[in-house]
Ligand binder design. Structure first.
Ligand code: ATP
Length: 459
């Protein structure tokens, strides 16, 4: 557990001043510098947004009337770029309308012109005090939510909710389970969750990778071996089936289990009995078996690579974990979770990602699924010099080939852009349009209509 206390929260004391009147702007800058703050100055909305993208600050003081827009609109756009920003609005008159619209838009407080420095100083002190408590609470909430040892399955897409509900039902039964899905989708995490929600949660959960070779080592790891027979002195003598007696054995990538070993496993399932290597004495065991596979076991039965009876024993309780690209709605939550995890580990204060970064992450292919996303975020947190991860912090392959993202706020245009990117990618990855339509869960004629509507170029 990380030893972080509330007093570790170090606030960034840079302030952006957005004011078109040069005299007011520079006198504010001079006063704030003398109070120990770092300042940046902008005279227009455009310049303020440019600075917000490039520089690190979390407080802005904005005039309500600017040559190219108004301060309230600027506040909204600043919050899009830096969601954690605190804004003080400067108004010419303290009218009720002005004040209400500033607070409604999310301003922390407002100042009336001419700005009284004492008043400004007082409001900034209050703001920084509040900001400190805000960050401390955020850290505490995360610490509480992510206590080590508790397996957390992150995401709330429809697919994941359905999966969680199936898992809860299956977990309670103590039956054997087969988890299928691409590498990195979270099969082991789900296996642990099944175990810890099951009746034998107090007992052990032991995992073995079925790709382990040579076969004797794998078998002695699984079923144990009589001491005299040990060719491999490092092998376990008791084996995981016995060590996990009463609990769960997780067989990772069961498709790699040699045929001979599959027969022995079937015996363990059917009769609750194992035969340690080099022993003539069967040993009784009572374990829940959870196996995972990235391959289609039914196909392997057809080609004679997988024992049919073992397949039937496992396939009854099969759960498929969808690939990450099939549940993109989980990505923002996973990103937040991994940012918190890695920034805590690295002692950094990265609190999120810009919306264009989230968009890029949601349109990536994620062949390595959640594991690849976890690695990408770890790298991004390491690269990030700000409080928010931006596109350039991502591994190059994740943003170099992206078509330019629309610089628009219009939701319909942004969705159209995303839809176009998504359909183009699925088309590229599919053998033909029929397959693409199936993957997109669209009728073939709807796919043709989309291609035309969205002006998608076909290769
Ligand atoms: N929904 C999730 N929430 C949080 N972390 C996740 C989630 N899914 C996967 N992970 C994390 O992603 C990584 C890969 O998951 P895991 O090892 O369970 O995948 P797997 O499908 O068993 O992979 P493989 O087939 O390669 O063994 C782990 O660090 C896991 O904790």
């Amino acid at each position: 557990m990380e030893n972080r206390t509330n007093s570790d929260v170090q606030l960034n004391r840079s302030i952006l001043i957005v004011e078109d009147e040069e005299v007011i702007r520079s006198s504010l800058a001079e006063f704030l510098t003398s109070e120990g703050y770092e300042t940046m100055q902008a005279s227009t909305v455009a310049k303020a947004l440019e600075l917000a993208r490039d520089r690190d600050f979390n407080v802005a003081i904005c005039d309500v009337q600017l040559p190219d827009g108004d301060g309230i609109e600027l506040l909204r756009r600043l919050q899009n770029i830096k969601p954690s920003i605190f804004v003080l609005i400067i108004t010419a008159y303290a009218t009720v309308e002005n004040t209400i619209s500033a607070f409604k838009a999310g301003a922390f407080d407002y100042l009336v012109k001419p700005v009284i420095f004492d008043d400004l100083s007082h409001k900034l002190n209050r703001l920084f005090e509040y900001q400190k408590i805000f960050y401390e609470n955020q850290i505490l909430r995360r610490e509480l939510a992510r206590s080590p040892g508790i397996e957390e399955i992150v995401g709330s897409s429809k697919a994941l909710q359905k999966l969680q509900s199936t898992i809860r039902k299956i977990a309670a039964t103590n039956s054997n389970v087969l988890l299928s899905g691409e590498s990195g989708t979270g099969k082991e995490l789900f296996a642990r969750s099944i175990h810890s929600n099951g009746p034998n949660r107090e007992q052990r959960f032991l995992a073995v990778n079925c790709g382990m070779r040579p076969i004797e080592l794998l078998e002695s790891q699984l079923f144990g071996s009589a001491a005299s027979s040990l060719q491999y002195p490092q092998a376990e003598q008791t084996g995981v089936f016995k060590n996990a007696d009463g609990g769960t054995v997780y067989l990772d990538e069961i498709s790699q289990l040699p045929l001979g070993t599959q027969g022995k496993l079937l015996r363990a399932i059917e009769y609750g009995e194992i035969l340690p290597l080099g022993s003539a004495e069967p040993v009784k065991v009572d374990v829940r078996l959870i196996a995972s596979t990235t391959r289609d076991l039914a196909e392997m039965v057809k080609t004679g690579e997988f024992e049919q009876d073992l397949f039937y024993r496992l396939d009854g309780m099969k759960i498929h974990i969808p690939a990450l690209r099939e549940r993109v709605d989980d990505i923002p939550e996973l990103v937040e979770y991994f940012i918190a995890k890695h920034s805590r580990k690295m002692g950094k204060r990265v609190t999120g990602a810009t919306s264009e970064t989230i968009r890029a992450l949601m349109s990536a292919e994620w062949k390595g699924n959640v594991r690849q996303l976890d690695n990408a975020i770890e790298r991004a947190v390491m690269m990030c010099d700000d409080t928010l991860i931006c596109l350039n912090d991502l591994p190059p392959e994740l943003h170099q080939n992206e078509p330019p993202l629309p610089d628009v706020d219009d939701l319909r245009l942004a969705l159209r852009h995303y839809e176009r990117m998504h359909i183009t990618r699925v088309l590229k990855d599919s053998a033909d349009k029929r397959e693409a339509a199936k993957r997109l869960k669209l009728g073939l004629s709807s796919l043709y209509r989309k291609i035309e509507e969205l002006d998608i170029e076909l290769e």
